[in-house]
Design a protein around this ligand. Sequence first.
Ligand SMILES: Cc1cc2nc3c(=O)[nH]c(=O)nc-3n(C[C@H](O)[C@H](O)[C@H](O)COP(=O)(O)OP(=O)(O)OC[C@H]3O[C@@H](n4cnc5c(N)ncnc54)[C@H](O)[C@@H]3O)c2cc1C
Ligand SMILES: *[C@@H]1O[C@H](CO)[C@@H](O)[C@H](O)[C@H]1NC(C)=O
Ligand SMILES: *[C@@H]1O[C@H](CO)[C@@H](O)[C@H](O)[C@H]1NC(C)=O
Ligand SMILES: *[C@@H]1O[C@H](CO)[C@@H](O)[C@H](O)[C@H]1NC(C)=O
Ligand SMILES: *[C@@H]1O[C@H](CO)[C@@H](O)[C@H](O)[C@H]1NC(C)=O
Ligand SMILES: *[C@@H]1O[C@H](CO)[C@@H](O)[C@H](O)[C@H]1NC(C)=O
Ligand SMILES: *[C@@H]1O[C@H](CO)[C@@H](O)[C@H](O)[C@H]1NC(C)=O
Ligand SMILES: *[C@@H]1O[C@H](CO)[C@@H](O)[C@H](O)[C@H]1NC(C)=O
Ligand SMILES: *[C@@H]1O[C@H](CO)[C@@H](O)[C@H](O)[C@H]1NC(C)=O
Ligand SMILES: *[C@@H]1O[C@H](CO)[C@@H](O)[C@H](O)[C@H]1NC(C)=O
Ligand SMILES: *[C@@H]1O[C@H](CO)[C@@H](O)[C@H](O)[C@H]1NC(C)=O
Ligand SMILES: *[C@@H]1O[C@H](CO)[C@@H](O)[C@H](O)[C@H]1NC(C)=O
Ligand SMILES: *[C@@H]1O[C@H](CO)[C@@H](O)[C@H](O)[C@H]1NC(C)=O
Length: 578
Amino acid sequence: MASRTLWSLLMTIAAAGAASASALTANTSTITCHCFPEDVCWPTAAEWAAFNTTVGGRLVATVPIASVCHYDNFTNYDAAACAALRDVWDYPQTHDGSSSSPMAQFFTNGSCNPFTAPSDPCVVGALVAYAVNASSSSRAESIADYRETLKFAATRNLRLVIRNTGHDYFGKSTGPGALALWTHHLKDVDVVDYTSSYYTGKALHLGAGVEIHEATQAASAAGLLVVGGACGTVGIAGGYTQGGGHGPLASSFGLSADNVLEWEVVTAEGAHVVARPGTVYEDLYWALSGGGGGTYAAVVSVTIRAHPDMRFAGANLTIVQGSEVADDVFWGVVQTFIESAPLFANLGVYTSFALQEGIFVVSPIIAANLSAAALHSLFDPTLAALNTSGMYFDFFVDNFASYLDVYDAVEPTNNVTEYNIGGRLIPRSLVETNLTALMATLQYIVADGSGVSGISVNVSSYPLDVANSVNPVWRTSIYSFVIGSALDQYNISANIPIQEKMTNDLVPALEAITPGGGAYVNEGDFRQPDFQQVFYGDNYNTLLAIKDKYDPKDLLYGLTAVGSERWASQSDGRLCRV
Ligand SMILES: Cc1cc2nc3c(=O)[nH]c(=O)nc-3n(C[C@H](O)[C@H](O)[C@H](O)COP(=O)(O)OP(=O)(O)OC[C@H]3O[C@@H](n4cnc5c(N)ncnc54)[C@H](O)[C@@H]3O)c2cc1C
Ligand SMILES: *[C@@H]1O[C@H](CO)[C@@H](O)[C@H](O)[C@H]1NC(C)=O
Ligand SMILES: *[C@@H]1O[C@H](CO)[C@@H](O)[C@H](O)[C@H]1NC(C)=O
Ligand SMILES: *[C@@H]1O[C@H](CO)[C@@H](O)[C@H](O)[C@H]1NC(C)=O
Ligand SMILES: *[C@@H]1O[C@H](CO)[C@@H](O)[C@H](O)[C@H]1NC(C)=O
Ligand SMILES: *[C@@H]1O[C@H](CO)[C@@H](O)[C@H](O)[C@H]1NC(C)=O
Ligand SMILES: *[C@@H]1O[C@H](CO)[C@@H](O)[C@H](O)[C@H]1NC(C)=O
Ligand SMILES: *[C@@H]1O[C@H](CO)[C@@H](O)[C@H](O)[C@H]1NC(C)=O
Ligand SMILES: *[C@@H]1O[C@H](CO)[C@@H](O)[C@H](O)[C@H]1NC(C)=O
Ligand SMILES: *[C@@H]1O[C@H](CO)[C@@H](O)[C@H](O)[C@H]1NC(C)=O
Ligand SMILES: *[C@@H]1O[C@H](CO)[C@@H](O)[C@H](O)[C@H]1NC(C)=O
Ligand SMILES: *[C@@H]1O[C@H](CO)[C@@H](O)[C@H](O)[C@H]1NC(C)=O
Ligand SMILES: *[C@@H]1O[C@H](CO)[C@@H](O)[C@H](O)[C@H]1NC(C)=O
């Protein structure tokens, strides 16, 4: 079986990786920090210009998108443009086409904040300094852009980041003084017939910059569907699939990583290779499929399994407690819903809920190959409890002819998060055996003024029968929970005590009832203690060995990424070896 041979291969690599890691120490011990702007080692203007010619003139110097809100330093001030920018700041689309703007506000360190006074400074600061706009006009040229960018960063000792859409909650696609390999414009999409020992059938071959909505549209036009996230502007080939990737179809077809057929990459050392099971790059395939974004190699394209499009049922439910209804009535209904999760999951139904004091919204609810009547009946216990509760509620359910139809009808618009977040995967066994403890913990978090969102999952199997490095905790989970606490967009440092409460109190409350569990590498607390075990589970040491094999100079870094414990950010943002 594919997975068993892979496992013995990985063990061999783990041993070899450990050896090469110690050989590396001698070379890099002299490099303590990456070069930082204004250091003597920082490239001169002439050197940047020379580098620019090696990437076909596609080097972009960062101009912060909010420079229209400030008098300095870019002389771009424009009150009307600033007002318009503030109105759309919360939308992913405002950031995902930029070469430098991260969606997670905290990681901008207030460098150029649209919400502060025009006289406040606007600097490049914590944003990437430069980006290479890898172009899709020619494949050979794109690969050359990757190689030249990786090479320039390595030889000049610059911090490198790979930036796709900028969605990352941990700031992994930004960095002070960094050179970004910017993949957004690699938009090629092809529907292909794929043949291998582990899959024969339709697939989508997607450039690194393709977003979920673009892949979904292309699949739909061919009568197909692909597993993608709820939020259409997330990129498929980047952090989403490399970190696992959940979404409305995951409980029917597996996580996005479970559907990867092959990865085309340029390694940190400049090798252009295709990683797939049954080849010498099987280890790289395994690591890229779930082991976290921006860590092992720079992805040029990914090929993922497609499924025939089908009928769907879609629904949503809104519940408002109201002042006249007792708390235990509200919580009783919430409990009835939470308890139903195994029923939904067994039938491949996706539910996404958001809970805060007095408000409970389940939206969207998406059910592949199920009728509206069958989906409705899964809600009978919750609706029966609601009927006698005296609370306001609104339930919608209908039939849809295709995935795009149901998605467009019931998927709410996604904003970039307006919260500080933490996360935890919730085992199916907890819902089945100790619902009381789970509900008490939810009440504790909500009483703090925070919210909890959860998506239900059933990803117990590997649908391709090929192993990958998704945290094994996913396989026994029924929910992925995300806690959201207030985010101060005006005053970045005001978020620190809120984040400390997340790390020291709210996430530990969930950890206490899920001992030995884990959290989703893409949707957790960036200050998570013991992140190696919590985000990667028992795969960590093997992932680290594979990283060291393909990135021996440790060029690829991200906060909480595999190997990141070897680096630390200083108070000025400089990244140094520890
Ligand atoms: C509004 C919103 C909604 C979300 N919804 C979902 C959801 O429904 N399901 C879900 O699973 N997750 C969801 N996420 C989390 C999402 O999966 C992560 O934020 C993910 O990291 C985004 O990947 P990206 O490539 O689009 O973003 P980026 O921030 O550009 O990159 C993320 C990471 O991937 C690396 N990376 C990007 N491109 C490449 C490449 N070509 N090669 C190697 N590394 C690369 C980057 O270096 C970085 O480490 C959501 C996030 C947000 C903000
Ligand atoms: C380390 O340095 C040696 C000699 O200078 C060189 O041969 C080797 O390739 C280097 N290794 C790495 C990982 O850079
Ligand atoms: C790179 O070169 C192009 C083409 O000459 C130019 O338009 C661009 O401004 C240059 N980039 C930088 C950062 O100077
Ligand atoms: C930005 O402007 C300030 C003065 O307002 C100046 O001190 C600083 O050096 C400038 N920074 C950059 C990066 O241009
Ligand atoms: C999304 O952002 C917009 C614009 O800031 C705001 O009006 C809207 O309420 C936000 N939606 C949610 C669900 O937070
Ligand atoms: C990046 O390249 C694309 C073409 O591939 C171009 O349309 C876009 O304007 C470029 N963006 C920047 C900021 O240079
Ligand atoms: C849809 O469900 C029916 C049973 O209700 C089953 O026979 C059929 O194979 C399913 N189709 C798909 C594509 O899963
Ligand atoms: C709830 O009440 C409505 C209207 O009174 C009724 O149609 C529906 O069947 C009830 N639902 C359940 C699940 O009891
Ligand atoms: C539920 O979906 C329906 C159908 O698209 C939509 O009209 C309604 O606004 C949605 N309700 C919520 C709370 O999202
Ligand atoms: C969902 O659960 C069913 C029944 O427990 C299981 O057979 C199926 O494989 C699961 N789906 C996935 C994608 O793991
Ligand atoms: C920002 O928040 C910090 C920490 O809470 C506080 O000390 C500081 O006074 C705040 N600054 C402003 C301008 O409100
Ligand atoms: C439920 O969880 C609580 C808190 O972790 C624990 O004290 C209790 O013993 C558990 N009960 C059962 C039946 O497992
Ligand atoms: C964050 O901003 C402060 C104030 O401008 C600055 O002193 C500090 O060096 C910055 N830190 C990082 C990590 O960018």
